[in-house]
Design a protein around this ligand. Structure first.
Ligand code: CA
Length: 379
């Protein structure tokens, strides 16, 4: 089989009620670079790149596409190494890797379709037929009702069946952050798991101080407390706190994760299959983590394609540690309004009672709805 073309589609949708994170970014649109890889056998594979879509498209169109056409999709890791070694002198992290991720995912989709097996069957098999999902949300929308809106949104997820929720923190006021997290914990009760995500807005001492204050609230993890460049700072925060510290959505490749994992700078690493180097590279990152007793719980933030790729990868991750009643790695099921996540697949990935079934169809296990693709396509 030979690859005949690589096409990037930039999809964009408007967010009716814009929301804000601790970065101060206002999310008023959702966009994604979707990668379509065609072959001479009529099989098409889909991938997705994390981050600003136009840059991913430009990288793929100008740097990767000419080197991928004519290759055999089953040579997925040969292609990966070739593309990476072609670009790493100019960027071994960031966009060059997010763009590469989209191609890698599409090649795994093609391989699965070619042998009529889901991707998880090609990467070692599923440790579980269904995954536990946690709802990501509780951004900042109404600055006058920050505590109330968080409580209402958390109660909504609990009522929808979620058994775990991740909320945003980082309001520039540690007392308000603490009050807001405590209010959510009280509202959802002890039976629903809760994590917090600071989107790397704190200094090391701020993170340690707030982390200690939050420890009595029974949190699953404290995500991205500090800036992703400061791996030594992550080690300080992780050592100072009893609760788990998580991060890694802004880290890339096995080399980027190597020192984080070896130094145990984080208790949980969160590579994103659409960012860190695709399914091929995330498997290597997970192996590094396993060897060091670090949990791997992937980050996910994208369309139905990225979500499906994450579910396939997650299904093949072992329990850490294996035991009688393990706590399997959970699926990040982001819940902010996003039609690209909810409608791009003909049979969307949904949760029921906090559980998402691992798709058993070929490749990523979803079928892209071209009418929806064209509806949101802007370039
Ligand atoms: Ca995050």
């Amino acid at each position: 089989m030979r690859i005949t073309d690589v096409t990037c589609h930039i999809l964009q949708s408007k967010v009716e009620q814009p929301f804000v994170s601790a970065r101060g970014w206002v999310y008023s649109t959702r966009a994604s670079c979707i990668v379509e890889v065609s072959t001479d056998e009529g099989i098409t594979g889909w991938g997705e790149c994390y981050g600003p879509a136009a840059v991913n498209k430009a990288l793929i169109d100008t740097q990767y596409r000419p080197r991928v056409i004519g290759r055999d999709p089953f040579d997925v890791e040969v292609v990966w190494e070739d593309l990476y070694n072609r670009i790493k002198d100019y960027g071994a992290q960031g966009f060059s890797i997010t763009a590469l991720s989209g191609i890698d995912i599409a090649l795994w989709d093609i391989m699965g379709r070619a042998v009529n097996k889901p991707v998880h069957k090609l990467i070692g098999g599923a440790h579980r037929a269904e995954v536990q999902a946690y709802a990501t949300g509780l951004y900042f929308i109404d600055m006058e009702r920050l505590v109330e809106e968080a409580v209402e949104e958390a109660q909504k997820y609990a009522a929808q069946g979620f058994h775990a929720i991740k909320m945003k923190i980082g309001l520039g006021d540690a007392k308000l952050d603490l009050r807001r997290v405590a209010a959510v914990r009280e509202a959802i009760g002890p039976g629903v798991k809760l994590a917090v995500d600071a989107n790397h807005c704190f200094t090391v001492p701020q993170a340690i101080q707030l982390g200690r204050a939050m420890e009595e609230l029974d949190l699953m993890w404290f995500e991205e407390p500090i800036s992703p460049e400061d791996h030594a700072g992550y080690a300080q925060v992780s050592q100072a706190l009893d609760m788990a510290v998580a991060g890694g959505e802004n880290d890339f490749t096995r080399w980027g994760f190597r020192d984080i994992i070896a130094s145990k700078a984080m208790d949980i690493v969160q590579p994103d299959v659409c960012a860190a180097g695709g399914i091929s590279e995330c498997r290597k990152i997970a192996a590094l983590a396993s060897a060091h007793g670090v949990e791997c719980v992937p980050h996910a933030w994208g369309s139905a394609i990225g979500l499906a790729a994450t579910v396939q990868f997650l299904a093949a991750l072992p329990d850490t540690p294996p035991c009688l009643r393990p706590a399997p790695p959970m699926l990040e099921f982001e819940q902010t309004p996003n039609p690209l996540r909810d409608h791009l697949a003909k049979e969307p990935i949904v949760q029921v009672n906090g559980i998402v079934a691992v798709p058993g169809g070929p490749g990523l296990g979803i079928e892209v709805d071209r009418a929806v693709l064209n509806q949101y396509k802007v370039a």
